[in-house]
Design a protein. Structure first.
Length: 171
C-alpha cells in the first residue's frame, strides 16, 4: 500500500488551512479599519496630533506659615476660558479628590482627601468671569494649617483638552 501526498484528505486539509488564513487576514484588516491604523485612501493615516501645550501657566506656589498655599496665573494662551469649563482636583500624599467644577469667583470648595478637609478657592482678579493672567488660586486647611510633611498636587482641567498643575510640599 502506498500513501499519496495529493490525496483527498490532504487537499481538504490544505483548503481548510487556506480558509482559516483568509478569515484571519480579513479580521486583521477589519480591526485596522476599526482602530484607525489603516485607511483605504492612503495606507497610514496621519499620526495623531501631539497633546496641546499647557494653555495656562501657574507661578510658583507660596506657603504662608504652613496655613495656606497660593499661586497666580502667570500666563494664558488661547482662550478666553470661562470658569464654567474648568474642573479642579486636589491630590495629597497620593490620595485625591474627583474632578469638581471650578465654581464662581471666591467660591470655596470644601474637599476631603484622606481624613483631612481642605478649602480650594479661585479669585478672579479682573472680575470678568474668565480664568486669566493675574487670577489666584489657594488651598487651605479647614480652620487648620496644611498638614506637615505632605506633598500636594492641584489640577485645573479645561473641559477634556488640557490640564495645568501646581505642586508643593510642606515641611
Amino acid at each position: 500500500m502506498s500513501s499519496s501526498i495529493d490525496g483527498p484528505d490532504s487537499r481538504s486539509r490544505l483548503s481548510s488551512i487556506f480558509g482559516i488564513l483568509i478569515v484571519l487576514v480579513v479580521a486583521l484588516v477589519a480591526m485596522a479599519f476599526l482602530f484607525g491604523g489603516f485607511s483605504p485612501f492612503g495606507f497610514l493615516q496621519s499620526p495623531p496630533s501631539s497633546r496641546p501645550a499647557f494653555e495656562l501657566v501657574f507661578s510658583r506656589v507660596a506657603i504662608d506659615d504652613g496655613r495656606n498655599a497660593s499661586w497666580i496665573v502667570d500666563s494664558v494662551d488661547g482662550g478666553p476660558y470661562s470658569y464654567t469649563g474648568f474642573f479642579v482636583r486636589l491630590a495629597v500624599n497620593g490620595g485625591s479628590t474627583l474632578w469638581a467644577p471650578l465654581g464662581r469667583n471666591d467660591t470655596i470648595h470644601s474637599v476631603v482627601v484622606g481624613m483631612v478637609t481642605y478649602r480650594i478657592m479661585w479669585r478672579d482678579a479682573d472680575g470678568n468671569g474668565f480664568v486669566s493672567k493675574g487670577d489666584s488660586f489657594s488651598v487651605a486647611g479647614d480652620r487648620a494649617p496644611l498638614p506637615s510633611r505632605s506633598t500636594f498636587e492641584f489640577g485645573l482641567k479645561w473641559l477634556e483638552s488640557w490640564i495645568s498643575h501646581a505642586f508643593w510640599s510642606t515641611g
